[in-house]
Design a protein around this ligand. Sequence first.
Ligand code: GLN
Length: 469
Amino acid sequence: MFYSDISEKINLIGRGELSLIENVKSFIDRIERKKHLNAFNFVFKEEALKRASEIEKKIQSGKHGKLAGAVIAIKDVLAYKGHPLTCSSKILSNFISIYTATAVQKILDEDGIIIGKTNCDEFAMGSSNENSYFGKVLNPVDETRVPGGSSGGSAVAVAADLCDISLGTDTGGSIRQPAAFCGIFGLKPTYGRVSRYGLTAFASSFDTIGPFSKNVYNLAILLQTIAGKDEKDSTSVNELIPDYTAILSTNKKFRIGLPKEYFTEGLDSEIKTSIFSEIQKLKEDGYQIEEVNLPMTEYTIAAYYILTTAEASSNLARFDGARYGYRAENYSDLEEMYVNSRTEGFGTEVKRRIMLGTYVLSSGYYDAYYRKAQKIRRLIKEDFDKVFQNVDLLITPTTPTTAFKIGEKSDNPLEMYLSDIYTTSANLAGIPGINIPIAKSKDGLPIGMQVLAKQFDEEKLISFASRFE
Ligand code: GLN
């Protein structure tokens, strides 16, 4: 059922040794059997089977796209025309998308099969996938634990073999952190590398779309497909896209930096030990590794939560019950219709962020919080610019702990926010990052290593990651 990479699957189908229809059926069966994990909000059974039979013919005639037959799950914050787009929120629970996100369209154009839309934290706000109108998602490695968030469903869909590859989004760690908790690869591209058109905005200057996979080839081919300048997103960038699959296993000896601020107290000792044992191996293999400083690190969480909530409070203003989505049943005038629709339609975490964001943007507090956080963002970016003059890659932990227990942090937002301590900096700076699964803890839980590179250097991340397969 599972193939080391998509090209192998295409070859088997082409030679008639594998039926794509049977393959899609077995994924659908498995999704059914693993229903309790709650990874999917919607599964597109008939449509996937229909596409399987069309694409199988294309493969056999030798005229097919580069994702032909790949079974792909997409996070339910991405628009796909004619399909539900809920962002795992009650306020959009009845909404059907009227257009298709560019990243999703590119998958369809390359003959990928969209198998369904995955569960996530409401509007991508969270680190545990417990904030969903459709209920929590379970970690397949240990079902008493969270899969991470906000793209928990997309990570679980890959980790539990419910699809070949998936798309998530990363505003502050939502690809890398669940990838770490579930023991798979997850890549957050450079801001602007992938069009955000059709991605429901959480924090527009932070949001990115990227792939999850169990192997690096599939990660590379999916990124290759969705990357590129798009006229429909003015923040997407016209930058050369290398052939990411050509650079696998080149085993180039990149210069590596270890930011010392990322290995201080609060980091689980098993994670630290696992990363240092990888670093030891790299040294023995001739990699040049040096300690570096990112002095602004201590301000990242504060800056991230001020700026992203500010952007969210503005972005989420459009959900008011007037034009689309959920509308409260009882109200006596327009004002009350807005208030009741939003009160009933949004969950607790989303409301917390809207209020926080509205507060930091309010007159009198704007300079003290928002403007100051903008300045810090700039300084964080400059820290990275400086270290990337001397090194190609930075190695850090992805998360301070392994997957935590369901419910463990749900009453303590600050503690939940701190689980993003190593990932938010990449979004503040706009740089790419990847989670590489490197080890298991003594409890059998996945341990992830984060690797960061400078803007548009995804190829280095991919090439380096292929060493760890
Ligand atoms: N966990 C972070 C948050 O809650 C990151 C979310 C994300 O990347 N979408 O904001």
